[in-house]
Design a protein around this ligand. Structure first.
Ligand code: GLU
Length: 330
């Protein structure tokens, strides 16, 4: 018996959707603790765990290095679910960016879309960075390996004809970036994140004044025209009243999405989808970045096939008509 218990707990540590008694344990990979993914995972787990008698699920959230890590961990079976940027799910499925050598990750499945995220570029006032072109020669954090923003930063630099060799590139976790900026050890940092969030609040409300740099121009129009997963976005300046900005900040956006693997148990995917969709108003209270969520827009921005567990719920409530038909494959 003791051996069995040990085996079960080891299974719970290493495996996915493990069972103890009647309860199944499910993990969601999120992001850094000052971002929006971590509280998003917390919001999902809080809602599902409240109904433990109904669903028999205990959801736990892990802080991770972000989208790319989450997608890979879901595919390898180390995590049951992950939150990932819409552009990153597209790239994984099509074997692009970090997956160029690995090939197409066709076992990836989407569950639903979440809040919009904006490529956010924060610069200290002293750096005198007012546009992407001004990043040349500056010390800039592009994002840690495993994050979603690393590729977004590279894309934005490339759109302006810059590479990592034109700047002093750093790759630290976003949780560290506001402190480094305030200490003068970074001139600027990129973060692809929902708004408002604690990280940008921290960066904008320190001793040094900071500027949220618009990511706009004909260079960006070309980027938008060539990449289906990018769209224009705006960060309302009133969300960060201590920043120097006086106007809303134009930039580029993607979406946060919930992903899983084709092999995830459809009952578990169904339960999580149902819980969030049936109680969307309650869910939206759990983070201000969820303010614009609707049942319809939570089906938009997905580019990899829907998991059948999610589709079963959308079928039941008549939402499948709003799903891009190319996402219905299993
Ligand atoms: N978009 C970021 C990433 O994919 C995470 C943002 C967040 O944690 O809210 O790595």
């Amino acid at each position: 018996m003791k051996k069995l218990l040990i085996a079960l707990s080891i299974g719970c540590l290493l495996g996915t959707a493990c069972t103890k008694g009647d309860v199944r344990f499910v993990t969601i990979g999120s992001g850094g603790v000052t971002g929006v993914y971590y509280p998003t995972g917390g919001a999902i787990s809080r809602m599902v765990n409240k109904k433990i008698d109904e669903y028999g699920l205990k959801v736990t959230v892990e802080s991770t290095s972000g989208s790319v890590f989450n997608i890979n961990a879901v595919l390898s079976g180390d995590l049951d679910f992950g939150i990932a940027q819409s552009d990153r799910q597209y790239q994984a499925y099509h074997g692009l960016a970090e997956w160029a050598d690995l090939g197409r990750q066709t076992d990836l499945r989407s569950v639903f879309a979440l809040h919009p995220e904006a490529i956010t570029l924060i610069a200290s006032e002293a750096s005198e960075i007012r546009s992407v072109g001004d990043l040349k020669g500056k010390r800039v954090n592009l994002g840690n390996p495993g994050s979603g923003q690393l590729q977004n930063s590279r894309d934005v630099l490339a759109a302006f004809g810059l590479t990592e060799d034109d700047i002093i590139a750093e790759y630290v976790k976003e949780v560290e970036a506001p402190g480094l900026l305030q200490d003068g050890r970074l001139d600027a940092f990129f973060y692809t994140v929902g708004h408002p969030n604690g990280n940008i609040k921290e960066a904008t409300s320190g001793r040094l004044k900071v500027y949220i740099v618009p990511i706009v121009g004909s260079e960006i129009d070309t980027l938008l025209a060539h990449n289906p997963y990018y769209s224009a976005a705006v960060i309302p300046h009133e969300l960060y009243p201590s920043a120097i900005n006086k106007r809303d900040i134009e930039t580029v956006g993607v979406k946060a999405t919930l992903v899983t693997s084709v092999s995830a148990d459809p009952e578990i995917v169904y339960a999580i989808t149902r819980e969030i969709f049936e109680n969307l108003e309650e869910f939206k209270q759990l983070h201000p970045a969820f303010a614009t969520l609707t049942r319809r827009n939570m089906l938009e921005g997905l580019t990899v096939p829907l998991h059948p567990g999610a589709l079963k719920f959308f079928d039941e409530v008549g939402l499948t008509q709003y799903v891009d038909p190319s996402l219905i494959v299993d």
